[in-house]
Structure formats: C-alpha cells, structure tokens
Design a protein around this ligand. Structure first.
Ligand code: NDP
Length: 504
C-alpha cells in the first residue's frame, strides 16, 4: 500500500477470542473516527455485550493453565519478541495513532516507544521475578516465597495513550502467567488491535490475550462483573474508577486503579524562567493537555510571576494547531466533541469565577480546523486555589496560573487538590528542591522538569484520589498481577510446631 492509502485505509476489526476472530453476537458495530477530520472513519469494530465478554473470558480460562506452566524465561522471550515487532512497526503504529486519537506524530512515536521500552524491561523479569528465601525458626526447615498468577485478569484502558497504557498492563500481566481479556477505549480500538496482533505474531498462544471491543457501560461493565475474572486493571476517570472499585469490592476482586490528576508546576523566584516556560508549555499543551500528568496548574512565586506569565503567553500563542500528521503542527485536536464541549465549559466556569483569560478560550474553527475537534492553548491568570478550574481535571489544553508568596505557600497550594499524581518544582536552590521533593503530595515528583516525562523503569501512579495504592511499570509492575505464595518445607521428619518448639 502507498503511504496515502495506509493513511486513509479503514481498519475492520473483530473481537479476538482464543484463535478466532468474531463479530459481536448481535452483529452490532461502532466506528472510530479521526478527531482532526471527523468525517474520516478510521475503523469499524464490534459493539460487544456481556455474551461476547463471556466468550472471551472462557477462551482465557481455557488458555491460562498451559500459559502459567510455560517457564517464566520462555514467556519473557515471547514478550521481548513482541517489543521487537512493535519496534519494527513503530512508524506505522504511530501514524495510525495520530489518525485515531489526534496526538502529534512525534508524541505518537513516543507512545509506541514507551510500549517497546515496557516490553523489553518486563521481559527481563522472566529471568528475575525474585522471591525470597528466609531462615526458618526451626531446624531442618526452609521458608520461601514465589509469585503466582491471579488467573484471568481484565484490562480496561483509556484513549490518551492507546499503545503505552495497554503495554503497562498486558505485558506484566502475561509475564506473571495470567491470561487477559482486554477492553480498550471506544475511541482507540484500531491501535489496540494492532498491539494485540504484535503479541500474536510474537508467539503469545491463542486465548492468552483476548480483546472485546465496545463501550464501557456494556462490555467494560460485563468484564468487571464476570465471576471468572479475578482482577481488574483500570486506567481512566475518577468517576468510573470509583464505580469499578465498588463492584470489585463487593465481589472481593483485585482491582488496580490509575485515575485522574490535577498536577502542578511550582516556579520559585530563583528559577530559570525560560526553562520553566519550556516545561510549562510541554506539560500543559502536550497531547493537547489530555494527559493524566498534564500541568494544569502553574504555581508561581511573586518575583517570577511577571516574566513567567509574559513569556508563557507569548510562546503559547505561537504554537500551531492542526492535524498531528502535518509537519510543523505543535498541538493536535482533542479526542471528540463531548470532550471539546467539556473543555469549553471549563473556560466558561473560569470566567464566571473571576479568573483572567490570557489566551485562547474558544473553539477553533478557522479553515480546515472546522472539520475537527480543535481547542487552542488556553491560559487563565489570577487564579485562586479554591476555584473549580484549579481543582477539577479539565483534560484539555487549559492551564491556570496561581500566584503565591513563598515556598511554604507554594507547597500548600500545590498540595491543595484531591489528586496526587505528578508535581514539579523549578528552583536553583538545593534546599528548596529537597523540601519540595519531601513535602509534595504526589506519586511522582520532578525537579527542574515538567510534570510529564515518566520512564518505565520507575513505578508510575499516584496517591490520594489518583488511585488505590497500586503502581504500574517499574519492578512493581508485577505486583498487581500476582499473588505471593509462602512455602514451608520441613525435612526434619518430625512434627515441629512454629512458635512452640523453638530453641530460643
Ligand atoms: P473513562 O473513565 O471514561 O474510560 C476509561 C475506560 O473505561 C474506557 O475503556 C471506557 O470505555 C471504560 N469504561 C467506562 N465506563 C465503564 C464501566 N462502567 N465499566 C467498565 N469500564 C468502563 O476515561 P477516559 O477514557 O475518558 O480517559 C480519561 C481519564 O483517564 C482521565 O480522567 C485521565 O486522568 C485518566 N487517565 C489516568 C492515567 C493514570 O495513569 N493515572 C493515565 C491516562 C488517563 P469507553 O471508552 O467505551 O467509554
């Protein structure tokens, strides 16, 4: 196919159920569309219901015992091959991603790269996945631990990192010996299908990774409730996450949640202002602000306020909005019309609350932007910590500037939301930097770098309402997908009672 043909081809996807490709049992379908040109259909996929989820889960239940018996290093080799296949297809996958969800091509390449990194990193656990051997309190007795899979796990993902987030979940899930039923976001099914195809080609056996396409309230809900699904790994909004936690709680099911953020960059008086502006631009407007780690608050100490605000406004105004496949475009569209309306709704909230609109604040309809869902970089100044625009996740290219007087004030304001994902500080003073690292309430803290930029070798996740204590990536990635088994081996040939027959 030529480049142009690849770029306009419609992906026709079916559910992946064991070794079969299946439509929804009732034949229903839905479309994914290009947010930069919403007339363009990117793919057509089954709109699955509970019965389809059940079929996929049965395939997973059937495949899991043999996969679990496959040695860890052999599973790791397959994952490594999958990462290499993604690497070979990086450009093709990135282009599809830009078409399907809008992020500019350089960022889409980064998204695929993150999945490649995750695969390579977790594959090594095949030869590591350490347990512990500890001394027993009794003679001729050993005590040790090993990881065991949960069985079948459900993976539910959002659209904003269509390859990276599935990779954070599916690679460690199968590394640990689980089988997966995957319900990707309804806005990015084509990216999800291509990811699973890479796994199949790498040699993941049929039934170990299954996909059911469809809507959250239908296929997603059925997956969460399915009795044979022992754990759910979910990334998405706080409202849906809270609901899933309630369902899983009642069913005593493992549930790992990565939810929203209201992240802040703190800029102190002694910061390198130009560097802080670089960070704010990338943090606030990368992926059109549709990142859980987006810098939607800029907490700026009074002495840096004027130069920082002026430079930020000037440089944000120069960012080019457009189709992310176009050379020179800095900011792509937002995902869909509902999200566009939600973002604009927050502009109206900010104006009503008395914040000062410095830039943007309207739906972009100039020229070919009219055919897509575009919102320009939007900046509010004179924002107070209690305002809704400073507290609620907007998930769009809107950021807010909150003036503060001192380091104490800055830390208090930065910590003043219900979320705790990613916070950053710009300063040249080592004492301020270390105090901030210690006192900022977040799962991830940056010094002299923006709130986005996580690498897969460290754990990723948040505190407070951002999650429920689990972490993805890093060596901790296996934790949500495995149980610890404690093993005692007594070779004394007699009954030895712990705590009673001890020699102390
Ligand atoms: P949603 O919560 O709307 O959706 C996430 C996923 O859940 C989608 O696959 C969705 O399906 C599905 N879903 C919706 N309702 C249910 C249900 N009742 N039962 C089971 N599954 C359901 O989030 P978005 O896709 O809009 O993603 C944006 C959110 O994700 C933001 O709040 C963002 O902060 C968060 N996020 C968090 C990250 C983190 O690591 N902390 C990383 C990236 C994003 P459908 O697509 O059909 O609606």
């Amino acid at each position: 196919m030529t480049d142009a043909a690849t770029q306009s081809a419609v992906v026709t996807g079916l559910n992946v159920v064991g070794s079969e490709r299946r439509p929804a049992q009732d034949g229903a379908t839905f479309e994914s569309r290009n947010p930069a040109r919403h007339a363009e259909v990117v793919g057509v996929f089954p709109r699955s219901q509970a019965v389809d989820v059940d079929a996929a889960t049965r395939a997973a239940v059937g495949a899991q015992p043999e996969w679990r018996r496959t040695p860890w290093p052999a599973r790791g080799e397959i994952i490594l091959r999958a990462a290499q296949i993604l690497e070979a297809r990086k450009e093709e996958l990135a282009r599809l991603m830009t078409r399907e969800m809008g992020k500019v091509l350089t960022e889409a390449r980064g998204d695929v790269q993150e999945a490649i990194d995750m695969g390579k990193f977790i594959a090594v656990e095949g030869r590591r996945a350490y347990g512990e051997t500890v001394p027993s309190e009794l003679r001729d007795k050993w005590a040790m631990t090993m990881r065991q899979p949960l069985g079948v796990v459900g993976v539910i993902t959002p659209w904003n990192f269509p390859t990276a987030i599935p990779s954070w979940k599916i690679f460690p899930a199968i590394m640990a010996g689980n089988a997966v039923v995957f319900k990707p976001a309804e806005d990015t099914p084509a990216c999800a299908l291509r990811f699973v195809e890479a796994l199949e080609e790498a040699g993941v056996p049929a039934g170990v990774v299954n996909i059911v396409f469809g809507f959250g309230e239908e296929a997603g809900e059925a997956l969460v409730r399915h009795p044979d699904v022992r754990g759910i790994s979910f990334t998405g909004s706080a409202d849906v996450g809270r609901h899933i936690a309630q369902v899983c709680g009642a069913l005593l099911k493992r549930c790992s949640l990565e939810l929203g953020g209201k992240n802040a960059i703190v800029v102190l008086d002694d910061a390198d202002v130009e560097l802080a502006v670089d960070g704010a631009l990338w943090g606030a407007f990368g992926t059109s602000g549709q990142r859980c780690t987006a810098a939607s608050r800029l907490v700026v100490q009074r002495g840096a306020l004027l130069p920082f605000t002026e430079r930020l406004r000037e440089r944000a105004a120069a960012l080019r909005l457009g189709d992310g496949l176009r050379e020179g475009v800095d900011v792509g569209p937002v995902i869909n019309e509902k999200q566009l309306q939600r973002i604009h709704g927050y502009t109206e909230v900010g104006l009503r609350e008395g914040a000062r609109l410095l830039l943007g604040g309207h739906v972009a309809r100039e020229g070919e932007l009219a055919g897509g869902w575009f919102y320009p970089p939007t900046i509010f100044a004179d924002v107070k910590p209690g305002m809704r625009i400073a507290q609620e996740e907007i998930f769009g290219p809107t950021t807010t500037i909150l003036p503060v007087e001192s380091l104490d004030d800055a830390l208090r304001v930065a910590n003043s939301t219900r979320y705790g994902l990613s916070l950053s500080v710009y300063t040249r003073d080592v004492r301020s930097a270390f105090r901030a690292v210690n006192e900022l309430e977040a799962g991830i803290v940056y010094v002299n770098a923006p709130t986005i930029g996580a690498e897969i070798q460290l754990p990723f996740g948040g505190i407070k309402d951002t999650g429920n204590g689990h972490r993805e990536a890093g060596r901790q990635a296996l934790d949500q997908f495995s149980e610890w088994k404690s093993i005692y081996i007594d070779y004394s040939g007699r009954l030895q009672r712990a705590q009673i027959d001890v020699e102390m």
